[in-house]
Design a binder for this molecule. Structure first.
Ligand code: FES
Length: 199
């Protein structure tokens, strides 16, 4: 990792970037607003990850289960906790991690440093379990054992290096008191034609 984030200017840029990316997160209130409280029919909302550019992503929230996956107070810095989402079927393995105070796009918690991602490499489904790396300000998942892709967990799992060209699917989180809930996904899980197989 050669990017120098130690200067005030770079730190400012990094914080600005995380701030912009945080717009992807939904509050509980927004979630209810979009879902009409009880709606279960699948629909989408569009969220611009990079305002001013053509890049946007659909965050599929409505229709997803709201699943309790961890307690904030029980997460240890930089120690991922595994879970499955949005179901217990193939390729649903995922992890949630508190990144030691490093703010992230879509992060929740007082420091916006808690994020969750699917474990399957977006390239050809390589397993990323056990590959979490905290190195200075960097928070990485990878290298993938198959073709060495790595993903930046501070920036919605964008590809840092390797063969992959799509970001790692991010699990959208919601904090309710001490409870962390998974409430949706950003990106398509590898090997699925849609994330919600049973809908
Ligand atoms: S499957 Fe991970 S880089 Fe190819």
């Amino acid at each position: 990792m050669s990017t120098d984030t130690s200067t005030p200017r770079n730190k400012q840029k990094q914080e600005r970037s995380a701030e912009v990316h945080n717009k992807v997160m939904l509050t509980r209130r927004q979630f209810l607003l979009y879902s009409g409280s009880t709606a279960v029919a699948a629909s989408t909302i569009s969220i611009s990850l990079f305002p001013g550019s053509a890049q946007a992503a659909d965050a599929r929230v409505v229709g997803y289960p709201r699943k309790l996956i961890a307690k904030l107070s029980e997460l240890k810095d930089n120690v991922p906790v595994d879970f499955n989402y949005p179901d217990e079927l193939a390729n649903s393995s995922a992890m949630v991690v508190k990144m030691g105070g490093v703010q992230a796009g879509g992060g929740i918690g007082p420091k916006r440093d808690v994020v969750a991602f699917n474990y399957l490499c977006s390239h050809q489904g390589g397993p990323l379990q056990g590959s979490y790396l905290a190195d200075g300000p960097h928070r990485i998942l990878g290298q993938c054992p198959l073709h060495l892709s790595t993903y930046d967990l501070r920036r919605h799992g964008i590809v840092v290096s390797g063969q992959a060209f799509e970001s790692l699917p991010q699990v959208l989180l919601e904090l309710d008191g001490d409870n962390i809930y998974a409430v949706g996904m950003l990106g398509l899980i590898f090997g699925r034609h849609k994330n919600l197989l049973e809908s």
